[in-house]
Design a binder for this molecule. Structure first.
Ligand code: NAD
Ligand code: UDP
Ligand code: UDP
Length: 319
């Protein structure tokens, strides 16, 4: 018998990753059916293990570089390695995931005539000369450097989203995500928050790249996911791109000091060379998100770090 009262079915590509799995938890909590699509390149089944037998959850192991024929009412595209170590591991594949993945998921949305969300990134601004970054800023991106596979791949994906809207009248939602952290970050992905916490918990040296004067603005995942859901639920004429992130800016040295304090670690800070094309400063202007979504982050860095430290502490203790 057809089920005419079925819940909304949401497809989440990249759903076994850090952000994707938290998004799925929120969707399941509000009563949606979820189809998680992931090739487990950087994601982990452990992030979705608690949903394995859930009646409204389904997992499909699939690489979004290849076409996919499923049914859904909404699509979120988060499929892409996000940390520099992971996306530089196989840079050609990174561009393919961003570009071919976007084309296939946009093709899917076109066939289904459904809304589609793109997890874009602050990296589209490159090493910005405008500070803080507004959505109108076109960025300062090196097209041939070691970060380009990610930055240019994500820029091309944005182009595809806007061309599918202009050409095929798709309903699109493009979020530009700034550095986000929290439980379920991959412990080996080399991102600064997970690196510093793990080093501090193990009593190993804290690897500060450069003199630590470069800045980032760190958003706790709960705040970010709330922004995703609000953006997805806006009217068709709200398409973005829209910055989602925490505008409170810290130097990387301040982050290292705060992690040492909160873990009570005896670790020392040790300087290493700064990676090529490492952006010097990054901080979102979130005025558009405040006005359009009535959204702003609520979790201060200190509170988010305490929860993230507890997560990694448990992970390391479990072996
Ligand atoms: P993550 O690496 O934990 O998640 C990415 C997921 O995509 C993983 O589960 C991975 O297995 C999956 N994936 C990769 N290639 C795939 C492919 N070809 N087919 C299917 N699945 C594939 O990273 P995250 O931090 O959760 O990031 C999620 C998204 O948000 C990414 O698109 C990333 O670019 C974007 N983003 C994240 C941040 C952040 O600070 N966390 C900042 C900006 C943008
Ligand atoms: N596609 C898909 N699932 C669908 C519909 C399309 O994976 O349900 C893929 C399809 O393989 C195609 C891509 O999405 O390569 C783009 O689709 P579109 O219809 O825009 O382009 P076309 O098929 O005309 O090349
Ligand atoms: N960083 C650092 N030590 C580390 C990892 C990163 O000093 O062990 C610095 C890195 O050079 C960058 C910042 O922290 O300036 C954020 O790096 P991450 O890889 O987390 O994200 P992204 O550069 O993409 O913002």
């Amino acid at each position: 018998m057809p089920n005419y009262n079925r819940s909304r079915r949401v497809a989440v590509a990249g759903g076994a990753g850090f952000l994707g799995s938290h998004l799925i938890d929120r969707l399941i909590d509000r009563g949606d059916e979820v189809v998680c699509i992931d090739n487990l390149f950087t994601g982990d089944k452990a992030n979705i293990a608690h949903l394995r037998n859930h009646p409204r959850f389904e997992f499909i192991r699939h690489d979004v570089c290849f076409p996919l024929y499923i049914e859904a009412d909404e699509i979120y595209n988060l499929a892409c390695p996000a940390s520099p170590i992971h996306y530089q591991h196989d840079p050609v594949q990174t561009t393919k995931v961003s570009v071919l993945g976007a084309i296939n998921l946009l093709g899917l949305a076109k066939r289904l005539r459904c809304k589609i969300f793109q997890a874009s990134t602050s990296e589209v601004y490159g090493d910005p000369v405008l500070h803080p970054q507004t959505e109108e800023y076109w960025g300062n991106v090196n097209p041939i450097g070691i970060r380009s596979c990610y930055d240019e791949g994500k820029r091309c994906a944005e182009t595809l989203f806007f061309d599918y809207r202009r050409q095929h009248h798709l309903s699109i939602k493009v979020a530009r995500i700034f550095n986000t952290y929290g439980p379920r970050m991959h412990p080996g992905d080399g991102r600064v928050v997970s690196n510093f916490i793990i080093q501090a918990l193990r009593g190993e040296p804290i690897t500060l790249y450069g003199d630590g004067s470069q800045t980032r603005s760190f958003c706790y995942y709960e705040d970010l996911i709330e922004g995703f859901l609000r953006l997805m639920d806006t009217a068709d004429d709200i398409v973005g791109p829209i910055n989602l992130g925490n505008p409170v800016e810290f130097t990387i040295r301040e982050l290292a000091e705060q992690v040492i304090e909160l873990t009570g670690s005896a670790s020392r800070i040790v300087a290493h060379p700064r990676p090529q094309d490492d952006p010097m400063q990054r901080k979102p202007d979130i005025g558009k998100a405040q006005r359009t979504l009535d959204w702003e982050p609520k979790v201060p860095l200190r509170d988010g770090l305490i929860k993230t430290i507890a997560y990694f502490d448990a992970l390391l203790s479990s072996g």
